[in-house]
Write a protein that binds this ligand. Structure first.
Ligand SMILES: Nc1nc2c(ncn2[C@@H]2O[C@H](COP(=O)(O)OP(=O)(O)OP(=O)(O)O)[C@@H](O)[C@H]2O)c(=O)[nH]1
Ligand SMILES: [Mg+2]
Length: 316
């Protein structure tokens, strides 16, 4: 029954990152991969960089198009090699560089035109990037206006129906996670089934909320009793993933294994207990992670095992 509801196609989805040089495209990708050490000395991307990965059982090819002028010219000259077959595009704009807004809108127009010429109409998610926490704290009104004007300008100059807008910063990891998750989830229809499963899980386990993410930090599904718990879970999940990464770098042979299949960590903060568990659904497939928020530290590992099994059935 569950298998029947799987997606019909297993073809590759192409996710394209584009925009001017220095906008922050490669840094966004590194943030999702939690390669924070590399973000510090990221260098301009030479030409296009591709990586393949699996998202909810679907093959994704992610293209990071280096934005230097010489490369932009060559992409536009050979649209078939770069823009063809795009399933979804992420167009990154550095909102701190106002004097390049016109140049950026101009390139966006050209990219959209190429999509039209290729007779494809992928969603284009505009990331108003480098909307850093310091800006929110000290210059929010000013930048809100900057971004509003930029958005109006884009809507006026780029006539394209499939535009969406997000504010992001690598210093606010959850802003990247949320924006990228909405991009990737749009590619996979089977998520409705996962959402229902998770809602039942929250009720059954008397929890306040639960969130599932994949190994690329993307939110797969979540369910919360209220918005406060939602914010808490979404803001804390990146830290649990980093914690997990650090533990995995430790020589685990020397540690006593407490859970044999699903490794679970319980942390208390204020009145909440965070139960974080790594789910290995299938041998050799990338893991998923579950974060459960409860009033009490008790959890039934059979419940976690059964959600893991159900989830595995939906996906594979
Ligand atoms: N303040 C701030 N700086 C950022 C942010 N994201 C990236 N940067 C910085 O912006 C610079 C350019 O980042 P890249 O990721 O190399 O930009 P890119 O779009 O990949 O550039 P090209 O590869 O040349 O197209 C680097 O110095 C990053 O550290 C952000 O959210 N806020
Ligand atoms: Mg780059």
């Amino acid at each position: 029954m569950l298998k029947y509801l799987q997606d019909e196609s297993s073809e590759v989805s192409k996710v394209l990152f584009t925009g001017l040089d220095f906008a922050g495209k490669s840094s966004i990708i590194l943030t999702l991969k939690r390669e924070f050490a590399q973000i510090g000395d990221v260098s301009p991307t030479q030409g296009s960089q591709k990586r393949m990965f699996d998202f909810l059982g679907k093959q994704i090819s992610e293209w990071d198009l280096g934005g230097q002028r010489k490369y932009r010219i060559s992409y536009l000259k050979r649209p078939n090699d770069y823009f063809a077959n795009t399933s979804v595009a992420i167009y990154v704009i550095d909102i701190q560089e106002e004097d390049r807004f016109d140049e950026s809108i101009d390139y966006l127009k050209k990219v959209v035109k190429k999509f039209e010429e290729l007779e494809i109409s992928p969603f284009v998610h505009i990331f108003f990037h480098k909307y850093d926490p310091a800006i929110v704290q000290y210059h929010n009104d000013q930048y809100k206006n900057v971004v509003e004007r930029l958005k109006e300008n884009i809507k006026e100059k780029v006539s394209y129906d499939h535009l969406d807008f997000h504010k992001t910063s690598i210093f606010d990891i959850s802003s990247i996670v949320k924006a990228m998750s909405s991009v990737f989830l749009s590619l996979v229809p089977k998520t409705v089934l996962i959402d229902t499963t998770l809602q039942e899980f929250v009720n059954k386990t008397n929890s306040k909320g639960v969130i599932i993410v994949d190994d690329n930090s993307l939110l797969i599904s979540s369910y919360f009793v209220d918005d406060e718990i939602k914010d808490l879970a979404e803001d804390s999940i990146p830290y649990f993933l980093s914690l997990n990464d650090s533990f995995e770098r430790v020589d685990t042979d020397s540690l006593e294994t407490i859970e044999s299949t699903n490794k679970t960590t319980v942390i208390q903060k204020d009145e909440n207990y965070f139960i974080f568990s790594k789910l290995s659904l299938k041998k050799e497939a990338p893991p998923y992670y579950l974060l459960l928020i409860k009033d009490t530290p008790e959890y039934d590992k059979n419940n976690i095992q059964s959600i893991s099994t159900l989830f595995g059935e939906i996906l594979y």
